[in-house]
Design a protein around this ligand. Structure first.
Ligand code: HMG
Ligand code: MG
Length: 298
């Protein structure tokens, strides 16, 4: 049986904008996030407190947080790689933080400049400190199906690192299909291992749609009981340290599928599409979602 309700976590302002070649001004980012806040979303990942030299697109993280109009009931979250980032995020008044690492050694090294073994104690400090400050902490694990450098990653390897992250005290783990190669049987093999151990209630799926398989993978995840999904408006996004990784599944395309399946999300399509149009005008180009294409033709 399918879940009756799904939580969509909008990651466009972080995962989308971190990969945009052109700098979007702080003011325009805030205007876009404010529009997203009007759509009924309950969770928006607004930025990332990583090193500004690594991700210059999000160097204005603190300014973005202080420029947006916070709507009650919405969680405004941000990515943090280490204690330095956590300090900056807490000073900026973030609601929730996410730590991140990869299931594969070489993607981890390329993305955060450390081995997996070196990363674990860094994240443990961040999780402990964030929890002591009363924050909910989300974990991200990237390359859960495949790594751009190493190829296929085994469910067992993902299970081992996931266990380490839950042992640190994270509240939820988002499984990143970073390069968008997965098909439903891959998702099934992974979730068959992870759900019995960590529970469907604490796992989220984060699909990039590089090869157009994200909705099929979400459908499989729904059948297996997963009810939290990450997506980004207009399919913006990618990982700058995974060559060829394109955007996340588009929020409005995911919303169409869930609505048509009778699954509740609390999100209004019309408001979402208006936010999409605003982003298109700010970026000066069309975004690639099916729903936005239909909306433009209508
Ligand atoms: P590093 O250079 O190894 O850091 O970078 P370090 O600890 O050696 O410090 C070097 C200098 O950076 C020091 O300054 C630190 O203070 C400073 P110095 O003493 O030399 O003057 N520093 C910082 N400054 C500001 N903010 C900070 C910070 N940390 C250190 N947070 C680091 C290590 C992790 C910081 C770097 O590699 C980094 O920022 N990486 C970010 C990579 C990234 O953002 N990738 C994209 C996000 S992950 C993703 O997209 C995947 C996901 O979507 C899921 C999926 O799709 O799979 C989540
Ligand atoms: Mg991502």
């Amino acid at each position: 049986k399918l879940p009756e309700k799904v939580i969509i976590k909008e990651v466009g302002p972080r995962d989308g904008l971190q990969n945009e070649p052109h700098q979007v001004s702080t003011e325009n980012k805030a205007a876009w996030i404010d529009r997203l806040s009007e759509s009924g979303l309950s969770y928006i990942e607004v930025t990332s407190f990583v090193h500004p030299k690594w991700i210059p697109q999000l160097a204005d993280a603190a300014e973005v947080l202080s420029s947006i109009q916070r709507k009650p009931g919405i969680t405004y979250a941000a990515l943090v790689p280490n204690r330095h980032g956590l300090r900056r995020a807490l000073d900026a008044g973030v609601d929730e933080v996410s730590v991140f690492m990869s299931a594969s050694e070489s993607h981890n090294k390329n993305n955060i400049n450390k081995s997996i073994a070196e990363t674990l104690p860094v994240l443990k400090e961040v999780v402990t400190e964030a929890k002591a400050s009363g924050k909910t902490v989300r974990g991200y694990l990237s390359t859960v199906i495949a790594c751009p450098y190493e190829g296929a990653i085994s469910p067992e390897q993902v299970r081992e690192i996931s266990a380490r992250l839950f042992d640190m005290g994270i509240d939820e783990l988002s499984l990143g299909e970073t390069i968008g190669v997965a098909v439903p049987p891959d998702v099934e093999r992974l979730l068959e291992v992870l759900i019995p151990e960590f529970s469907n209630d604490r796992l989220a799926m984060h699909f990039h749609d590089t090869r157009g398989t994200a909705l099929a993978n979400i459908s499989k995840s729904l059948e297996m009981g997963i009810h939290t999904f990450d997506s980004s408006l207009g399919g913006l996004g990618g990982c700058p340290y995974a060559k060829g990784a394109s955007g996340n599944v588009a929020t409005e395309d995911l919303l169409y599928m869930l609505q048509a399946m009778g699954i509740e999300t609390g999100i209004q399509m019309e408001r979402l599409l208006e936010a999409g149009e605003l982003m298109e005008s700010l970026l000066g180009r069309s975004l690639t979602s099916r729903q936005l294409e239909l909306y433009r033709k209508a």
